[in-house]
Design a protein around this ligand. Sequence first.
Ligand code: FES
Ligand code: FE2
Length: 439
Amino acid sequence: MPDRNPPISKLVEPDRVHKSVYTDEQLFELEMERIHERVWIYCGHETQVKKPGDYYTVQIGRQPMVMVRGADGKVNVLYNRCPHRGAMICGDRHGNTGEFFRCSYHAWTFNHDGKLKNIPMMESGYQGTRWNRDNPDCNMKQAARVANYRGFVFASLVADGPSLVEFLGPSKIAFDDICDRAPEGEVEVVPNCFRVIQNSNWKIFLENQLDALHPSVTHQSTGRAARDVEVQIEKKTGHAPLAYHMLSAFSTVTIDKWDNFQTLNYPHGHCILAGYMGLRPQDPDTLAYEKTLVKAYGEKRKEEILSTNIHHVLIYPGLSVQSPLQQLRAVRPLGVNKTLTEIWHFRLKGAPEPIYRRALAYYNLVNSPATLINADDLENFWKIQTGLGSDGGDWVSFARHYGRDIEKDGVLETGEGMGTSEAPMRNQMKAWSEFMARA
Ligand code: FES
Ligand SMILES: [Fe+2]
């Protein structure tokens, strides 16, 4: 740590954070070691690897990993590294490896669970050496723990710690909600994802996810432009497609209205934004969809499912899920000021096509790199990172509605009419300091 920075224990105060947590490279390395390479990190959805041999590469902390479906149907997560001379086994982002992995350098081969299958010239070349089939160092190394919650695959690179379900706690509602909304109780990923590299620290993206104040400021111009078009269409046809509303809401929902939402803040840094943009329109497509849900679950359960009042679930330290809109964004830190986000969306199995089209519209209009909404946010992130690198100040403030959070059984709720509270950021940084304190 450079001398000018305070020690780690002094970087996070209840209502403010020292700028070095966003800019210091040594702290970044420590974050990877103590947070991302330790806790449960989302690898991908099991439908990304449907057939035996299907694989998808993924970054966990600084580690190149590969998620692969075995012939036995099990999804394994392995380090993408050959035990011979260290080459990555999979150079492509995804594909099918066939019945086994084969390293492109000297043709060592491995089963889908990473176990060594064969070394060329094993008998003649390695006789009497330590390299033989019984030596576990000859296998591709597995992630210490892999768990699947309703099709969503996570891995942890350490053997000890809470189970996935314990770690997720109430934030697992993200996966329950998205799956329950499907008449068949499951979702399917839509390949492929958008990938965006942000010139900013990974925490800046996460802090923005539940920042309920920024949309009406940052996205105002985008919202206003969409509203103008929406009004024109309404005048002409009496009804504008729902997709326009996804954007125009950014200008019609004014700052004071955002305070009506609520955030719920849980241990480990997870948070939920409740109450924004309930999608219960009464158009024929939605009504047809509701019928399929009644058929699958009955009237009462259908009502329960559709009235689940969450907009956004943030699963610390790297996942943002908008379950009612079937969207998921995974955050992969690449460096102290470089972050990759993967933007995925899903199909509800058994739901009519128009419900998928609605998710696709939101995906393209709000979350994709092509939309102005995304560009609005990215510009802020870059400005933040650049500003924090300056000598213009040492602290970042998270004081909005500070001192008014309500604590109930370990859950921090924002008070009534305080939906724009910076409680989610305070909660994330509290979790950050707890993780970072564990050597
Ligand atoms: S580095 Fe993989 S076989 Fe040699
Ligand atoms: Fe935004």
